[in-house]
Ligand binder design. Sequence first.
Ligand SMILES: Nc1nc2c(c(=O)[nH]1)N[C@H]1C(S)=C(S)[C@@H](COP(=O)(O)OP(=O)(O)OC[C@H]3O[C@@H](n4cnc5c(=O)[nH]c(N)nc54)[C@H](O)[C@@H]3O)O[C@H]1N2
Ligand SMILES: Nc1nc2c(c(=O)[nH]1)N[C@H]1C(S)=C(S)[C@@H](COP(=O)(O)OP(=O)(O)OC[C@H]3O[C@@H](n4cnc5c(=O)[nH]c(N)nc54)[C@H](O)[C@@H]3O)O[C@H]1N2
Ligand code: SF4
Ligand SMILES: [Mo]
Length: 667
Amino acid sequence: MRLQCPYCGVGCGMRVEVSTEGMLSVRADREHPTSRGELCIKPLHIAEILGKGRITTPMFREGVDKPFRKISWQEAYSILKDVLMSSSPEQVYFYISGQLLTEEIYVINKFVKGFLRTNNIDANTRLCMASSISAFRRVFGSDRTFGSYADIDDADTFLFVGSNAAISHPVLFRRVLKRRIEGHTRIITIDPVYTETASANDVHIPLRAGTDTVLFNAVLGLLYRTGRIDKGFIGTGTEGFEDALRCAQAYPVDVAGRICRIDGQDIEFLANVFAESRKLITFWCQGINQSASGTMKNFSILNLHLATARLDSKRGFPFPLTGQCNAMGGRLMGYLTEGLPGYRRVSDKADRSFMERFWSVGGIKGVPGLTITEAVDRMVSRDIRFLWVVGTNPAVSLPGLGLVQSALERVFLVVQDPYFNDTARYANMLLPAAQLGEKSGTMISGDRTITYCERFSEPHAEAKPDWRVFVEMAQKMGWREPFGFSSPQEIFLELKETTRDTHCDLSGLDYSMLPSRLTGESCKEAVSSSSSGKAVFIPATFSVRDGQKGFVLITGRLKRHWHTMTKTGKVESLVKGEPPPYVVMNYQDALKLGVSEWDTVRLTSRLSSTERVVIIGRIKRGHLFTPFGYPEEFCTPINTLVATRVDPLSGQPELKYTPVDVEKVPS
Ligand SMILES: Nc1nc2c(c(=O)[nH]1)N[C@H]1C(S)=C(S)[C@@H](COP(=O)(O)OP(=O)(O)OC[C@H]3O[C@@H](n4cnc5c(=O)[nH]c(N)nc54)[C@H](O)[C@@H]3O)O[C@H]1N2
Ligand SMILES: Nc1nc2c(c(=O)[nH]1)N[C@H]1C(S)=C(S)[C@@H](COP(=O)(O)OP(=O)(O)OC[C@H]3O[C@@H](n4cnc5c(=O)[nH]c(N)nc54)[C@H](O)[C@@H]3O)O[C@H]1N2
Ligand code: SF4
Ligand SMILES: [Mo]
């Protein structure tokens, strides 16, 4: 059976074979275009966890102090129908995931935005790609992509900004390293931490967290001053250069060097990189996006690519790395609160009218619903009373966990998941979901390769595919004909029509043609943000965070685990392969605090405090790094310390900059 890996957005192809005795073996799919026969360590273990710790039947309880009782699916739908019918559209909320299949995301979005008539639906992509989406929409007019992974093979320069791709996107990173073996490449990492990615690269620029905008503004100013921008392209293909330049000129090299706490030579080096590389790909990820100024950070990178006309497969392009396996599919299906299928938007009248005609409904709301962090506040104030969570674990992964926990306690909470995750502890209803391999449908990788994932097993116990749960729920609500789907294929046939003639057109595809990269005719690459059809420079403004004492705590990923460990945490060899919950500290900071490696320290933010063991590592002074995904079973989740501060343009929370104090815990 051929599938896409259920973890990261590289979207590697894998093959799963089932022996006559029912044993599963996983191997890389040699013919898959994204990965060409490579896989990293995580998916190799999927067989071990298919039957471990699963939710087996629907369950219900009146309140969290009561025990769960087993119920049938039909009872579950009846209870849910009563709750939904007795709530107003503003009182309900759906929180879904970039780990669901495209067909599932489409059905859930249709159910919520088309039929329940509320835009109160968001996805974990809000915590992940929202700032890139927000910047691309403003600069290029759409949530688009440039180029593909194959572009790595003839590029000569790679920038990794706020991306630890060596562990987060390992197969892509290996492709970059392979290119280096062929010679004539430069690979540069910009990260406060000397990461595994940095250690494998040629140059590491250890900037102070949060200051990327200043760095890239300084590079833009320097390129201009030294006459190394592409005036021709700026004149014909773009607008707004003067304003962006004025903003950039506020950061001459010496000023920027001081703010970023780097050597001025690093800025000059980067200017040379942008001016001279033959083909430059800038990869970035959460060190850029998960910031209260994430959209600005994105603008500052995009401005450099516009100024040097690096927007194609010849000269290179900007490439924000997609986090989850099907976040790209979710974005195409418009699963964030502001979206509609086919990259449409609820705020656009023509887009709404199209979807209303398409779904034969009236009254899609013209205002985006609440983002997940806004919704948490409304749950606490009891304005939202019902929350249905599908394929994400907010009790660990959202910031401000203290408040999140009160929110989860106050709503009627449905958790639809293959596993008992931390969020399930607050649930009124548990619905057992089938996971990849137990259902079929499509996923779209970070370079927009669409893969049909085959099923190799029956759903565990009474679990159902997420699409089926929502189809049956819709039928219970009386919406029989619009949700008359009996297979993912029927859903695909409908959803692909929503993309016809858009810049990502799937309408000519069927399952038998997959995997296939969406490009050329099927993915018209539009560059038009302004009414004149040009890309727009936007000033990338920077504001300083003053008055901060102590350390800056950065949170991020573990090499061997996937997020909140509901799956990889069940694989003994992966758990043993990582140290106990840790925090990385600079040697000189440790010396000053009298802390040695493996000592325990207490980290205290203004919200809460928790303990971690210390690993001494190469990290900028004054900074700490800790993985975010440990569930309660391992230690207090770090997001109890992380406050909810969001980027005003994208709604994406800051997850990489928490001021904390550190003290040694006496042993
Ligand atoms: N093994 C593994 N792989 C994964 C995942 C996983 O859970 N485990 N999750 C997947 C998902 S959903 C995502 S979104 C990606 C995330 O992939 P990455 O973004 O690569 O991972 P992170 O560790 O969150 O953060 C990346 C880096 O940003 C740096 N950073 C922090 N602040 C700043 C800053 O201000 N500026 C700069 N330049 N850098 C900064 C951090 O030090 C860190 O090294 O990984 C995907 N792949
Ligand atoms: N402090 C801090 N917080 C962060 C981050 C950070 O860097 N720092 N990163 C953020 C980012 S980028 C992301 S993407 C999020 C990730 O955060 P989450 O989305 O909460 O993380 P996961 O552990 O991947 O949770 C996915 C859930 O879906 C379930 N699941 C898997 N497959 C299926 C399926 O087919 N159907 C259903 N119904 N369920 C399924 C899994 O069992 C699991 O419970 O965390 C964010 N939170
Ligand atoms: S690189 Fe990403 S998609 Fe590829 S095998 Fe690893 S986790 Fe899966
Ligand atoms: Mo993510």
